[in-house]
Design a protein. Sequence first.
Length: 242
Amino acid sequence: TVVLDDAREILGVNSRKELAELTAILKSNRADELMAAGVTIEDPASAWIGPDVTIGTDTILHPNVYLEGRTRIGSGCEVHSGVRIVDSAIDDGVVINNFCVIVESHVSSGARVGPFAHIRPQSDVGEQAHVGNFVELKKTALGPGSKANHLSYLGDATIGANVNVGAGTITCNYDGEKKNPTVIEDGAFIGSDSQLIAPVRVGRGAYVAAGSSITEDVPPGALAVARGKQVNKDGWVAKKKK
């Protein structure tokens, strides 16, 4: 004799409708377990939480989150609406803002991600680091305290601690045949709209001027400027309109 806590566990599935109904039951049961263990789920009906997902106490899940595979979320986190996390580890105190996708990656304690960030497989976001609006990481380690807050692609990159990555920065990792690495050492500053054409290394504490296309290594503590010189043509507009 088998005694079940919930008789619905042995209901048959003979149609798509019945499959959906049983899925809703399993979702509800899973949400109940997590809330009883100290997780806040604002809208259990809209939360998709896989059976192998673990979530720490005092974490808040906003409506419409998708947690899949063997995802682990620590304590005191906040996951906002529209987030999808697959087979990833999220440490304590992380905030993931709206509409982010994180796959097969690690986010360390106190980091902030999003909104609208995409963290692709084999990426690692360090403690207190920021991955902001419309930033994509692929096989990239972003060191502790580093920030890439706006409109950047960082692929096959190793980025040290306390680095500032300016808006519009791109690591140009693909040469048409293979992927190449970019290394940015601790404390470097990458100006907005810069392209780092890999393989390339930016040394510790170095600065890259905004709008530069970097093709050679930048020594530690140096300023790299790689852009055309500005030319102002006085009176050009008036002449054009004649």
